[in-house]
Design a protein around this ligand. Structure first.
Ligand code: HEM
Length: 504
């Protein structure tokens, strides 16, 4: 019988051989994938097991990313618990990676544990992996959300919902925030599903459902500890500090109920021929649903109307804040609306255009720049290993562009924290009017993302915001309670004005 020390020695030898073998294999693999031995970009130090987890921001990420730019340069490498992230704090680099190398930087995260717990993973286009399903979503969305389609087919519903919003604003101005969200939710829900509620079957309100789903989705995309520490998924729900897991299980029921309810309601109406399409978006969705249903596939297709509601209402919220803080801008843009539209008719979408109301166009653009609604964008993951500016970027790295940094970059915008629509305008001597200043970076070029993953709903979002803004200026004067403005030092800094949430 071997002695105890011989057993211990053999065990140690086995462990050492395993560790050594593993090290050699990893070295060989890394030499194969990165033959030039390029380094990773600089970034916070990494601790054993948890990497740079403690450095990852839990809130206001866009601001932390800017401090990293100051410390490490425009590219920051950060690896919380084995998941590599590359933060890009430079507009030109975002374009180079996401647009010029768009065929590589087109994927999304594979595993999102919180989303999987809720059952929300892969349902919406933003979190769908690159592949045939995503390509099919994009074909459908690009067709349904093209600028001429948005103008022709969705303006009537947008105008109708805006008028209801103005009426509530007149009756209850203090409810502005919730009514604004409701208006955008109703617009998007009706455009997507052809209705906002179901009177025949229990009176379910699709808008409420979409709004709840939106809150859940945004919470999930912001990330939870479990996404960095996957073993946490095995902690039982009775354990202390597991509210996140109890929430996930409850949301699973609510989320899936709402999602399936709306789809099934639209399908039922289609079968009973009771669906009066208000728009091709709904028609296309339903055709797609039926085709998939016939093929026996999961019918849940619509690409996440819920989460885009928050993004779109953010633009109008920003407008209200800007108008109350900068009354001189409000007076000038209202004078333009009064001159072009006058008191005897409502604004309509044909009034839109830099040739008609340049200062209004510039004001909407400045809202998008002053406070981009999606500040840290959504990660683009490379499909293959890549080398960029002397750094190695392995396949599957979460590459995140910081839109907030671009909006505050003084190379593009002088005095960036000031709301100043004029920055986008220049006098057109020939036409004797103002036109867009093409030498200033247009926020469209970064606030909606980049490359093949660029937001397909940007026309819809801006048109919805334009209609709401034109109507508000036409009918109201916006003020803070007590009439305090920037000049009194009220909300003078970016940190005081904005919450820097995932959808801010
Ligand atoms: C002001 C409002 C909006 C903003 C700021 C915004 C911004 C964004 C951003 C930054 C992305 C990520 C792009 C990237 O990864 O490079 C995105 C993706 C997306 N947006 Fe929007 N969005 C808005 C409104 C909308 C609307 C109204 C819709 C639909 C009706 C929509 C549908 C989508 C979809 C489906 C994606 C995922 C695209 C993909 O992964 O292929 N968005 N949006």
């Amino acid at each position: 019988m071997p002695s105890t020390s011989a057993v211990v020695l053999t065990a140690w030898t086995a462990v050492l051989l395993y560790v050594f073998g593993h090290y050699i294999l990893r070295k060989r693999e890394s030499r194969r994938r990165n033959p030039e031995g390029l380094p990773y970009a600089p970034g916070p130090r990494q601790l054993p097991f948890i990497g740079s987890l403690l450095d990852m921001p839990r809130s206001k990420s866009a601001l932390t990313y800017i401090t990293w730019k100051e410390r490490y340069g425009p590219l920051t490498w950060v690896v919380p618990t084995g998941t590599p992230h590359l933060i890009v704090n430079d507009y030109e680099m975002m374009k180079e990676l996401f647009e010029k190398r768009g065929n590589i930087y087109v994927n999304r995260p594979k595993r999102h544990i919180m989303a999987a717990l809720i059952g929300a993973f892969g349902v919406g286009t933003p979190l769908t992996q690159y592949g045939p399903t995503w390509r099919q979503h994009r074909r459908f969305l690009n067709r349904a959300l093209m600028a001429p389609v948005v103008k022709r087919d969705y303006s009537p519903v947008m105008t109708r919902k805006t008028l209801v919003f103005l009426k509530t604003l007149l009756d209850r101005p203090d409810d502005f925030l919730i009514q604004n969200k409701k208006m955008m939710a109703e617009m998007i829900t009706e455009i997507a599903y052809g209705a906002t509620g179901d009177d025949e079957d229990g009176g379910h309100d699709y808008v409420e459902m979409q709004m709840e789903m939106g809150e859940i989705t945004i919470g999930v995309v912001q990330g939870y500890w479990v996404d960095f520490l996957p073993w946490m998924v095995h902690i039982p729900t009775w354990f202390p500090f597991t509210q996140w897991k109890r929430d996930a299980l409850r949301w699973n029921k609510e989320y899936n109920f709402s999602r399936d309810y709306v789809f099934n309601a639209v399908k039922r109406k289609l079968v009973s021929d009771n669906l009066h399409f208000s728009a091709p978006f709904c028609e296309l969705t339903t055709k797609d649903l039926t085709a998939r249903h016939k093929r026996g596939r999961n019918a849940a297709f619509f690409p996440g109307a819920d989460s885009v509601i928050r993004l779109t209402e953010s633009l109008v919220r920003t407008f209200m804040l800007a108008m109350s803080l900068y009354p001189e801008v409000q007076a000038r843009v209202r004078a333009e609306v009064d001159a072009v539209i006058g008191p005897d008719r409502f604004p309509n979408i044909d009034d839109r255009g830099v040739d008609k109301m340049p200062y209004l166009e510039a004001t909407v653009l400045e809202c998008l720049r002053w406070h981009p609604p999606a500040q840290s964008l959504i990660p683009h993951l490379p499909l293959t290993d890549d080398a960029y500016r002397g750094y190695f970027i392995p396949e599957g790295t979460y590459v995140l562009g910081n839109a907030w940094q671009v909006s505050r970059d003084t190379r593009y915008y002088a005095d960036p924290s000031t709301f100043y629509p004029d920055r986008f305008l220049v006098a057109d001597e020939k036409q004797q009017r103002l036109s867009f200043n093409r030498s200033v970076l247009n926020p469209w070029d970064f606030a909606y993302g980049f490359g093949r993953r660029i937001c397909p709903g940007r026309e819809l979002a801006v048109q919805g915001a334009w209609i709401a803004v034109a109507f508000i200026l036409w009918g109201f004067e916006v003020k803070t309670k007590g009439g305090r403005t920037m000049k009194d030092g009220y909300k003078a800094t970016d940190e005081e004005r904005f919450n820097f949430a995932f959808v801010s």
